[in-house]
Design a protein around this ligand. Sequence first.
Ligand code: GTP
Ligand code: MG
Length: 380
Amino acid sequence: MNNNQSLILLGVGGGGCQYVANVKRLYDGPLNALGLDTDQHAIGNLDGLRATLLGGPRLEGLGSGGDLVKGRMAMKDTTEIVQSELEGVRAAVIVTTLGGGTGGGATPELLRTLRKMEIPTLCFALLPFSFEPAERRNLAERVLPQLDENADTVVVVDQSDLWQRADALDKPLPEAREQASAYFSKGLTLLWRLLFYPGFIRFDPARLLALIASRGRARLYLSEATGPDRATTATAQLINQINQAAVSAPPRAVILGISGTEDLRLAEIGTVMDQLSTALPKGCRLDMGTVLTASEQGSLNLATLLFETWEESPGNAAITDPNATTSGLSAPKKGRTRNAARTSKLGYSTGRGRFRDIEPTIFNGEDLDIPTYIRKYITL
Ligand SMILES: Nc1nc2c(ncn2[C@@H]2O[C@H](COP(=O)(O)OP(=O)(O)OP(=O)(O)O)[C@@H](O)[C@H]2O)c(=O)[nH]1
Ligand SMILES: [Mg+2]
């Protein structure tokens, strides 16, 4: 099993599949992704995304027509095929658009299947645009509690907010769609990049699994800046977004991904970490990783996931997932259930795990070690 396949990205319904197809197209590396929809025609229009038709004979590939029950039944009809696609998967990221019958009806059922298979789930639920009929939003609101109940972590993203933040509201539609997808894609693929293409500071995969399994809501924020003060500017943008959001609970744990090109400097990482950790509430745990990309010369990108229900426990801190290998997301060993792993073993590594891939800074034959302003954020 290739490690890239141990994490899967699933799109559900017409909109969810479109987002995932765009993410896959925009991501510069192998990404294990699958679309799930009841509409054969919509599946045919997915550019480069493998997709499974849900509820074949029941709906004859014509979609659910906005019917949540049909969406749910279609997923039930196709459970075995979907399960076979998930063999060996260690964690699933789901993107669903709510407002229609497939996204709204099939997603809770899919999450139940994933839970039975003991696969931790991070579910991005995109709400209808504010200009869409009120019934769509009402339908979406009805589905959210079912997502909360069946997913491990739910990230609710308002599509109008997303397009506004991506500066796409005023653009012609094809361009706007591209821009909004690119923006979302950067945040979403952060996890893949952090785990599979780390640069300098690696994010601990066991830690990611523990955070996803924490059962609750999370929020996604992204920022980008160029120029000599890009670290300060991008961090200020991020903090601004975090502070402006109407939230139900303050963050308890944060994953920060810093991505830049070869010109990313250690001092910039320090600036981001100093400013962000100062802005976060006391006791909020901040974990980070860096990614070096070849594209987007000169820009520094920040992506954060803020978890609202993380509980730091001595058990978590002390136990390392025995299934986690160097890359941490390999298939679980047979013969023990992942439920057990989730409740008692899915802590984060307390060894020098995250320093594994850091090249020592050698100067005049001496290892200068990690600067303290970086090291103080990292648990040894
Ligand atoms: N950004 C974007 N959003 C979309 C797209 N298609 C649908 N949506 C959003 O997704 C919501 C649900 O619509 P669909 O995804 O088409 O519905 P579905 O889940 O396929 O369900 P049915 O078509 O009723 O079976 C809509 O209200 C829109 O907000 C798309 O191509 N791009
Ligand atoms: Mg549809």
